[in-house]
Design a protein around this ligand. Structure first.
Ligand SMILES: Nc1nc2c(ncn2[C@@H]2O[C@H](COP(=O)(O)OP(=O)(O)OP(=O)(O)O)[C@@H](O)[C@H]2O)c(=O)[nH]1
Ligand SMILES: [K+]
Ligand SMILES: [Mg+2]
Length: 448
């Protein structure tokens, strides 16, 4: 996938009409292609007013061409920006002209991927670029900006450097394994490990905050089959994102949807209905649902208002660890007469079908959001679920290393330290398999 000898091209500005629109080229042929399109050679770092022309010499538009010579560019390669009027038709013609001259259409995130491969950004910073662009408010934008400035990466790198030193120490001690560890600097080793564990714990707390800031409230929708979980997700998202049928067991895998309701940022997760029976696929879906509850800020527990006791005991157990369960009595439109007096404290009667009662749910979410905003207020950078997962793994490995050292099991300690070190490397991309990179960059938009 790292075919960075290709010259790539894409529209870099947002879709839709605008005053100015930008087409970006990156790669070894960027200047040759731009020379053809602009009819004049470009000088580095000099804005030049030019006419962009098609193959027959007919003007597509006029505008500014800017040349950033390698390596002083976003991607580290030769980059040319063609700034024209922000018309889709104009920009599309410019892209097609560049393609006819040998450029290839860029894949999503490919400019940032090249910046990563050129060492201009580490992986967490490249992700921060995407987060900055997607930031929903000034607070999230500031936090993404801090991650992009390397605030998160520097703290990871500092701990990783310390772990490397500890690994060297332990590996060296293994060669003298018949001596007691204390004669081999065991005391300072243990103290340094304890200090690293504390630093990592503090970083994990901040990363968890950063994750919440980026993703908003993580709300997992659970309930018995057919209670209307998917219908509720669709009603809150205002779309037909999830499949709804009257067959129990329709939803099998997790479905994530990010929504904004009156300024409240929510990641909604639809899950498979929890019940005793079910085939292999459905049981795997239920396992995922329960695991997802472990990450939830909020559980939206959907019951059928006509039979609210169905599955209730099991659900109470399932959501016991979630900070805020919100109980919903759905399908209240099917009840004769007014909504039931909720038999469950604080339960809200709603109808995913008619929308009745959803305003009360919105209100509840707004209050939770205010608490959440206060919690994520200061000193944070944006982080992602994958970062938090990696930090948790690293923390578990460091704990294992601590115990191994206490038991003088140097081989085990070395192994645990290596695993912790690798987990940190995954965050910044120093240890990152190709498929992980592909997965991350493909979620960016084109032109980024
Ligand atoms: N009348 C009425 N029907 C609803 C309401 N919500 C959902 N339904 C219907 O209930 C059935 C099940 O809805 P789903 O949204 O698929 O339920 P689910 O909980 O996601 O089901 P599983 O994914 O199979 O666990 C469908 O026929 C929906 O149209 C509601 O508020 N009122
Ligand atoms: K269903
Ligand atoms: Mg469903």
């Amino acid at each position: 996938m790292h075919d960075d000898r290709d010259t790539i091209v894409a529209i870099a500005t947002a879709p839709g009409a605008g005053g100015v629109g930008i087409v970006r080229l990156s790669g070894p042929r960027a200047t040759t292609i731009a020379r053809e399109v602009c009819g004049v050679p470009l000088r580095p770092r000099l804005a030049r007013h030019v006419r962009f022309r098609d193959a027959d010499g007919i003007t597509i538009d006029d505008g500014i061409a800017l040349y950033f010579r390698a390596p002083a560019s976003y991607t580290g390669q030769d980059v040319v920006e063609l700034q024209a009027h922000g018309s889709r038709a104009v920009l599309q013609q410019l892209v097609e002209r560049c393609q006819a001259l040998g450029a290839r259409g860029a894949r999503p995130g490919e400019f940032s991927e090249r910046a990563f491969l050129a060492g201009k950004l580490d992986l967490a910073q490249a992700e921060a670029v995407a987060d900055l662009i997607a930031a929903g408010d000034a607070r999230a934008a500031r936090a993404a900006r801090r991650a992009l400035d390397g605030e998160f990466s520097r703290r990871i790198d500092a701990i990783a450097a310390e772990l490397l030193a500890l690994r060297v120490h332990v590996e060296a001690a293994i060669d003298f394994a018949d001596e007691p560890l204390d004669t081999l600097g065991g005391g300072p080793l243990r103290r340094r490990l304890d200090a690293a564990i504390d630093l990592l714990a503090a970083l994990l707390t901040d990363a968890e905050r950063g994750r919440k800031l980026r993703d908003g409230l993580h709300a997992v929708i659970v309930g018995p089959p057919n209670a209307g979980k998917s219908s509720l997700l669709n009603a809150l998202a205002g779309s037909d994102r999830a499949i709804v049928t009257d067959i129990a067991g329709t939803t099998r895998d997790l479905l994530h949807e990010t929504v904004r309701i009156d300024g409240v940022e929510l990641t909604l997760v639809d899950t498979a209905g929890l019940r005793e029976s079910g085939d292999v696929i459905e049981r795997e879906g239920m396992r995922r649902a329960r695991a997802e509850l472990g990450r939830a800020d909020i559980a939206l527990v959907v019951l059928d208002a006509r039979d609210p006791e169905a599955g209730r005991a099991e659900l109470e157990t399932a959501v016991a660890g979630v900070p805020t369960p919100v109980w919903l009595l759905n399908k209240s439109d099917l009840l004769a007469g007014p909504p039931p007096a909720p038999g469950i404290t604080g339960a809200l009667p709603v109808s995913a079908r008619t929308g009745a009662g959803l305003d009360h749910l919105h209100e509840r979410l707004r209050v939770l959001w205010q608490g959440h905003a206060a919690d994520t207020a200061e000193g944070t950078f944006t982080a992602r679920a994958r970062h938090v997962d990696a930090l948790r793994r690293a923390a578990a490995e460091l704990e294992a290393a601590r115990q191994a050292l206490a038991g003088e099991s140097l081989d085990l300690a070395a192994e645990a330290l290596r695993a912790a070190h690798d987990a940190l490397g995954e965050i910044t991309g120093r240890v990152a398999p190709d498929d992980l990179l592909g997965h991350i960059f493909s979620s960016f938009c084109i032109g980024k």
